[in-house]
Design a protein around this ligand. Structure first.
Ligand code: TRP
Length: 450
């Protein structure tokens, strides 16, 4: 039977693909989540495990996922069904795609809530609220924002509307251009902040906290969080990279693309961590203060530095842009599935998806105030439960199955068609994907069940 090649759009240039994929990878995961989970899990040892997970699990799966997308040539469920047919494998592989679409919508539901915090902070910074602000008032300011469900719901709505608007415009219609300006901008601002952090007395302490492992602080739960985060931060395990890969032309090297995406993403996270912990230690704040960390530290730094109003406003603008270029990639797989397989117009498809995830997101809004003590999975709030379920379960599971498909179901010939690598690397990659990646994911899973 012939394959259904449904992704007919493609990126204008190969750099546009790198930009869009990096735009997806670099987001709240790097600027907001990485520092706060590192703080909660004691620093260095956690960072080391995270880096290992990126190298041995995240990067191999990233390359595998783009490969599945380009060869499958369609949205995730259809791509997998095409590939399964080609390899005479079980037709049920399409469910792996469905798991991804579901995970994407669940992640987006809390992602726009946090992106909303960024929008709120952008306006606060713009109006000069952070000039000379004390660490204490920054923290009170944050607590009062999240205590107010109406305010959170408002900013969540704003973030969701922008996301839906961009996705409804299609792949090329603006996204490509936006990331081309945004990513270099983000880098420059981060470097300026790094310069500021290096000038504080606490920089050495921050460096030590991030890069000197103290294994007594590491738990198996922490290892699971580090592994989940490797998936989350690289946007792998759910089909984002698959659908982006389906828009990629044949002549581009997937392994090279994967290396660039992983490298840039990791650098951004480490720089963000260095900056944030410098501010934490310089102001005697608490490293393990949870999801509020970014919002309770950086305004203090901006309030003190010269030109802080300008850089602060610019920084939060970039947080929002980084979040949006990731948010759009979270519903793109589902949107293209509704469009390609169900014949639903893109505008209608994105509005339906946006509405569903918006309603679900209200649960996350409430989990910070009214439902603070309502627990779902274990002693987790709804926000923590959704984060745990998607990041620590659904993404690693999705990634595991993708690795299995590329390494065990596809033939060497098929792999060679899609990704040329010089010979020693080819064998190395195949063995990592075949044995190391799946085993590592399983070990972390099993230890956490015990
Ligand atoms: N990687 C993004 C971040 O770090 C979030 C994200 C976008 C994502 N698309 C994804 C996470 C797909 C998992 C799967 O903020």
């Amino acid at each position: 039977m012939s394959r259904l090649k449904l992704s007919t759009t493609s990126w204008t240039t190969q750099t546009a693909f790198i930009m869009a994929a990096t735009g997806s990878a670099v987001g709240l995961g790097n600027l907001w989540k990485f520092p706060y989970i590192t703080g909660e899990n004691g620093g260095g040892a956690f960072v080391l495990v995270y880096l290992l997970c990126v190298l041995l699990i995240g990067l191999p799966v990233l390359i595998a996922e783009i490969t599945l997308g380009r060869r499958g040539g369609a949205n995730p469920p259809q791509a997998l069904s095409n590939l399964a047919k080609e390899s005479k494998a079980s037709k049920w592989w399409w469910l792996l795609g469905l798991n991804g679409l579901l995970a994407g919508c669940l992640i987006l539901s809390f992602y726009t809530v946090i992106a909303g915090w960024g929008v709120a902070y952008f306006f606060e910074s713009l109006s000069g609220d952070f000039i000379n602000i004390s660490a204490k008032s920054v923290s009170t300011n944050f607590s009062s924002l999240i205590a107010n469900p109406w305010q959170l719901a408002f900013w969540h709505t704003v973030a969701m509307l922008i996301t839906v608007y961009i996705v409804s415009k299609g792949v090329k219609g603006g996204l490509e251009k936006a990331v081309n300006i945004m990513m270099p901008g983000l880098f420059i601002i981060l470097l300026i902040l790094l310069g500021y952090a290096a000038s504080t007395d606490a920089f050495a302490e921050s460096f030590h906290f991030l890069f000197y492992p103290d294994f007594s602080k590491l738990t198996w739960q922490g290892v699971l969080v580090a592994m989940g985060h490797a998936f989350f931060t690289l946007s792998v395990g759910m089909g984002t990279m698959m659908v982006y890969g389906s828009y990629l032309s044949k002549d581009y090297s997937i392994p090279r693309a994967g290396l660039w995406i992983a490298l840039i993403d990791t650098l951004v996270a480490l720089i963000a961590g260095l900056v944030i912990f410098s501010v934490v230690f310089a102001n005697h704040l608490h490293a393990g203060s949870g999801p509020g960390l970014l919002f309770q530290t950086l305004p203090v730094a901006f309030g003190k530095m010269s030109g802080g109003w300008f850089f602060g406003t610019l920084f939060f603008a970039l947080v929002v842009l980084a979040a949006l270029s990731s948010a759009i990639s979270l519903i793109e797989p589902a949107a293209s599935w509704l469009e390609q397989n169900w014949g639903i117009k893109r505008l209608k498809a994105t509005v339906i998806l946006g509405l569903l995830t918006w309603v679900l997101g209200l649960g996350t809004v409430l989990s910070f105030n009214e439902w603070k003590s309502v627990h779902f999975i274990g002693d987790r709030t709804l926000f923590d439960s959704l984060d745990f379920l998607t990041t620590n379960i659904m993404l690693p599971l999705g990634g595991l199955l993708m690795a299995v498909f590329v390494a065990w179901v596809m033939t060497q010939q098929q792999r060679d068609d899609e990704m040329e690598m010089p010979s020693p690397w080819k064998d190395f990659y195949r063995n990592v994907l075949k044995f190391i990646t799946p085993t590592a994911i399983l070990i972390v899973f099993i230890y956490n069940l015990l």
